[in-house]
Design a protein around this ligand. Structure first.
Ligand code: NAD
Ligand code: GLY
Length: 363
């Protein structure tokens, strides 16, 4: 199985590589050339640490005098101040200095929290993303968005802070539960309608192989997703405009996650359903035809992702979406598809949102 490397170009010497391939975790080359330090800290959780932390620690001991491991509770509901404090408490309690390198070993929850801890500890220490879920390999480990949740809104506290490197070892996906694999597919599917209709066609042709975990096919899906994301992030690192397209499906998705309570639906599941509703809104705005909406729905269904949003009620959805980061002056803004392969940010009137929610039995 071939290896690939996707560069991400950023100013001020902050460019870095995303390395993708099977077996990378156990290879010394993966860990060479990172910032020098006396200590490293692996941050992981109760599920991932028993699987991979010792293997990573053994590799890192060739580069650092000391390698600690902090194990956090698993789950989106723990992406909070308490978990963040556990990381900071360890760093301060062990008097780890400002050169200490943090390694985020896990899915997007661990990646987002570790990145945030790295951004704020002593005003910033280096960190490396070692994503072990499909979702983290294709999206969350790339691009430097770090955050924790607040009960009133998802990812509301955080920072833009880029990693030194991303090591996406495809072999770690062997232990990923099927439901988590499918959640990762949601973020992969996202890249087709927003940026690359050719990739959408490829996904339609290769979905079965992806669900079967064919490593070559998975490798290409991770690579192409990272290439698209790297291009968008290089053009608009701090989401002044273009980067918002990566949030296709997220406005409603985040509302579902917060509305049901974090962890009830997986992030990827909520995004999948959110994409469908955003496609419906795109059609109502005259930007997308019915055939394209159906095509997206079929792919999402084939991936085993939910197409029926929970019935939270229209008022609750609107309330939740008004705290979305893309909202401006109380107006809810959605990433809409402007023909397959192109997307943009649009303010959408409440009546239209309610119509979409009603049409999907969610109002
Ligand atoms: P997750 O981190 O909760 O991981 C999913 C589950 O899989 C967890 O139970 C985890 O312990 C387990 N797991 C991880 N790797 C495993 C492995 N190799 N084998 C077995 N089990 C494994 O969820 P996720 O889907 O990876 O990430 C979702 C999070 O990412 C959300 O909080 C979302 O907001 C965030 N996110 C961030 C960005 C960003 O740009 N920063 C982008 C997309 C999503
Ligand atoms: N996942 C959205 C972003 O990175 O901008």
């Amino acid at each position: 199985m071939s290896r690939s490397l996707v560069p991400i170009a950023l100013p001020d010497g902050r460019s870095y590589d995303i390395r993708i391939g099977a077996g990378l975790l156990g290879e010394s080359a993966s860990w060479q050339g990172l910032p020098r330090a006396a200590a490293a800290l692996i941050v992981s959780n109760t599920t991932v640490a028993p699987l991979y932390a010792e293997r990573l620690r053994a590799q890192l001991l060739a580069h650092y005098l000391r390698v600690d491991v902090v194990v956090l509770p698993d789950g989106e509901q723990h992406k909070d101040w308490a978990s963040l404090n556990t990381i900071i408490d360890h760093l301060l309690g062990q008097a780890l200095d400002r050169k200490t390198v943090l390694f985020a070993l896990g899915g997007g929850v661990i990646g987002d929290m570790t990145g945030f801890a790295a951004a704020i500890y002593m005003r910033g220490v280096p960190f490396v993303q070692v994503p072990t879920t499909l979702l983290a390999q294709v999206d969350s480990s790339v691009g430097g968005k770090t955050a924790i949740n607040h009960p009133l809104g998802k990812n509301m506290l955080g920072a833009f802070y880029q990693p030194e490197r991303v090591i996406a070892d495809l072999d770690t996906l062997d232990t990923l539960p099927d439901r988590e694999l499918r959640a990762g597919l949601a973020e992969i599917i996202k890249y087709g309608p927003i940026a690359d209709v050719g990739f959408l066609c490829w996904l339609e042709d290769n979905l079965h192989a992806l669900l079967e975990r064919d490593k070559t096919v998975l490798g290409y899906a991770v690579q192409r997703s990272c290439e698209i994301k790297a291009e968008v992030v290089a053009a608009d690192e701090r989401e002044q405009g273009l980067r918002a397209i990566l949030n296709f499906g997220h406005t409603l998705g985040h509302a579902i996650e917060a509305g049901l309570g974090y962890g009830a639906w997986l992030h990827g599941e909520a995004v999948a359903c959110g994409m469908l509703l955003a496609a419906d809104l795109s059609q109502r705005q005259g930007l997308l035809n019915e055939q394209a909406v159906l095509r997206l729905r079929t792919l999402i269904e084939r991936a085993g992702l939910p197409v029926q949003p929970p019935r939270l009620g229209a008022e609750r959805y609107l309330q939740l979406m008004r705290v979305d980061k893309k909202a401006e002056a109380g107006a809810i803004r959605f990433v809409l598809i402007e023909g397959l392969g192109q997307a943009g940010l649009h303010a959408v009137p409440d009546e239209l949102i309610v119509a979409t929610l009603e049409a999907h039995g969610a109002a």
